[in-house]
Design a protein around this ligand. Structure first.
Ligand code: NAD
Length: 298
């Protein structure tokens, strides 16, 4: 039976350390770091994500603000808002919550965020530095996966890792952290890493997974990863989040990509959903905001 990696507990421990860091910044006579979110449209899940980030900021002592814009906001207007925040010296970190309405080019908006305020790490300049392992601000979810693996003491060097999902914000940067070496700004994990995606045939997905010591799934398909696909003793990190109807309670519940109940019987470590990668992602965003405040004040 797998050990459950308690993301919430680890996240709370890190939050305490971050709170102490913010207190030190304030004691040194500087203002507290400040995080500003831009929320476009009325997507309920996005509003919840932003709220959770603001609650975490408050716990750490980071000041925060949310700018709400209507769905019909033009791309130019959004770029103008980002630019105002870029020029506001009281703002250290800027996040533009995804998804954006269809008429807006997400990457164009990310690229408009000043590199030193880009706490999501989605801008081309930060992502480029990240690819070269020279980055101060890497994307929060990949950092969350990285931190969970490190803190759990899972051996990665020379091991086989499979990442399911190749999105630019989640799957790809996770794979980059897993495969890279330990000589840069962010410690890589030296694993032999395979990326599977929507065009990986199901039998090949099973083939790669059965050989994987570490599996990170970032897809958004419930029960994609089943027990027969997993190597005995593997470490399973479930990034996926889907809302599915819970027939017993007649309401929606959150589930990951992994058949948790059965895969737990085969794996050695597993993250739950909720309570695994999610809370850690929020904490890594706070960490990035503190780093950004140092970059902006230096
Ligand atoms: P996305 O839709 O951009 O990417 C999904 C990826 O899954 C794509 O690269 C696609 O090729 C791949 N895919 C689709 N079908 C597949 C299959 N059968 N086998 C293997 N790969 C397949 O989504 P995203 O933004 O990368 O997010 C992925 C998941 O992670 C979502 O469920 C999202 O809600 C969740 N997420 C969680 C956190 C967190 O903090 N826990 C943060 C970000 C995203």
């Amino acid at each position: 039976q797998a050990t459950i990696i308690d993301g919430k507990k680890i996240a709370n421990e890190i939050l305490k350390n971050l709170k102490a860091e913010v207190e030190d910044i304030v004691k040194a006579g500087k203002r507290a770091p400040c995080l500003t979110a831009i929320l476009v449209g009325d997507n309920a899940a996005s509003a919840t994500y932003v709220r959770n980030k603001m609650v975490a900021a408050k716990k750490v002592g980071i000041s925060s603000d949310t700018i709400r814009l209507p769905t019909e906001t033009s791309q130019d207007k959004l770029l103008e808002e980002v630019n105002k925040l870029n020029n506001d010296e009281k703002v250290d970190g800027i996040i533009v919550q995804l998804p954006l309405p269809k008429h807006i080019d997400e990457q164009k908006v990310f690229n408009s965020v000043l590199r030193t305020k880009d706490v999501d790490g989605f801008s081309a300049s930060n992502f480029g530095l990240f690819s070269l392992n020279m980055c101060a601000l890497a994307p929060a979810t990949p950092l969350a996966v990285h931190e969970l693996i490190l803190r759990t003491g899972i051996e990665t060097k020379g091991k086989n890792a499979v990442v399911c999902g190749r999105s630019k914000n989640v799957g790809l940067p996770i794979a980059m952290l897993l495969h890279s070496d330990t000589h840069g700004d962010i410690l890589g994990m030296d694993a032999t890493t395979t990326i599977c995606h929507r065009f990986t045939p199901p039998d090949q997905l099973t083939h790669y997974l059965q050989n994987a010591d570490i599996v990170v799934s970032a897809v958004g398909i419930p029960n994609l990863i089943q027990a027969h696909m997993v190597k005995k003793g593997a470490c399973i990190i479930d990034v996926g989040i889907s809302h599915v109807k819970d027939p017993s309670a007649n309401q929606f519940k959150l589930v990951g990509d992994v058949d948790f109940e059965n895969v737990s019987k085969v794996a050695s470590f597993i993250t739950p959903v909720p309570g695994g990668v999610g809370p850690m992602t929020v904490v890594m965003l706070m960490k990035n905001t503190i780093i950004a405040s140092r970059l902006n004040s230096s």
